[in-house]
Design a protein around this ligand. Structure first.
Ligand code: NAP
Length: 244
């Protein structure tokens, strides 16, 4: 039976690397993104180039109606299938010190990074529960584990993902569904580039003296989604060059 994997925020960066890796593992990829169609098409092309399968599934993870519309259409077209792998990767930053932070900034960052996890997972786990199998990986961040000025909202969302991972892992354990969190350090993507463009110094000392690569996160996610991890659940694993 074909394994379907939904990766949110897979048009670029870490999500794209995860999609490519899971496609190599034999998953058929549902490639979510918000609005960058060109980047999503390129990610799809890269997957197909190596013999993989991907279909584009654009929606905003903070909009439950949009998620439900996209997934309703997919389930209608695939009445005998379910989504066995969910990687909640979509995320944004919008750095601001608390003193200057507008409520809209707080809510937007929480909506995408945390509420998106709830909306997507709530919609997808039904199929996993019925089929007694599933893999959920939540992409948190080192920012949820140590403090960075300007990221109170982002850190709150990423730390909350860790708590949610642990609870959901316990809840879904009897159904043979694993739930784990990955906490990347600073990874060389457009998100990290935003900070560099603002003239920010690297906020943490990285003992390995380099940024991480998206693939280095993807290799771990690939393993967590494999059939070798039935007994690994509720865990939080860093990919950070020994920064924590
Ligand atoms: P990125 O290069 O900025 O890519 C972000 C991806 O998320 C894009 O595919 C984007 O789609 C998608 N996205 C953004 N908002 C969305 C929304 N509302 N709905 C659906 N998709 C949305 O980011 P990244 O660096 O790869 O980060 C990926 C994840 O890793 C995030 O959760 C981030 O917090 C986490 N992380 C990153 C780092 C780092 O240093 N890079 C460190 C720790 C954790 P479009 O292309 O359509 O905009």
């Amino acid at each position: 039976m074909k394994r379907y994997a939904l990766i949110t925020g897979a048009s670029r960066g870490i999500g794209r690397a995860i999609a490519i890796e899971l496609a190599k593992d034999g998953c058929s990829i549902l490639l979510n993104y918000k609005s960058n169609h060109a980047a999503a098409q390129e990610a799809k092309r890269l997957i197909e180039e190596t013999g993989g399968e991907a279909e584009l599934m654009p929606f905003d993870v903070s909009q439950p109606d949009a998620i439900n519309a996209a997934l309703d259409a997919w389930f209608a077209a695939h009445p005998d299938d379910y989504i066995d792998v969910l990687v909640n990767n979509a995320g944004i930053v919008d750095d601001e010190i608390m003193l200057a932070m507008e409520p809209e900034q707080w809510h937007r960052v929480i909506d995408v990074n945390l509420n998106g996890f709830f909306y997507c997972t709530r919609r997808v786990i039904e199929g996993m529960v019925v089929n007694h199998h599933g893999r959920i990986v939540n992409i948190s961040s080192i920012a949820g584990q140590v403090g960075f000025a300007g990221q109170t909202h982002y850190a709150a969302a990423k730390a909350a993902l860790v708590g949610a991972t642990r609870s959901l892992a316990v809840e879904l354990a009897p159904k043979r569904i694993t739930v784990n969190a990955v906490t990347p350090g600073t990874i060389g993507t457009e998100m990290a580039q935003q900070g560099v463009e603002k003239g920010e110094q690297l906020r943490i000392d990285i003992p390995m003296r380099r940024l991480g690569k998206p693939e280095e996160v993807a290799y771990l996610v690939s393993f967590l989604c494999s059939n070798r991890t039935d007994y690994i659940s509720g865990q939080v694993i860093g990919v950070n060059g020994a920064a924590l």
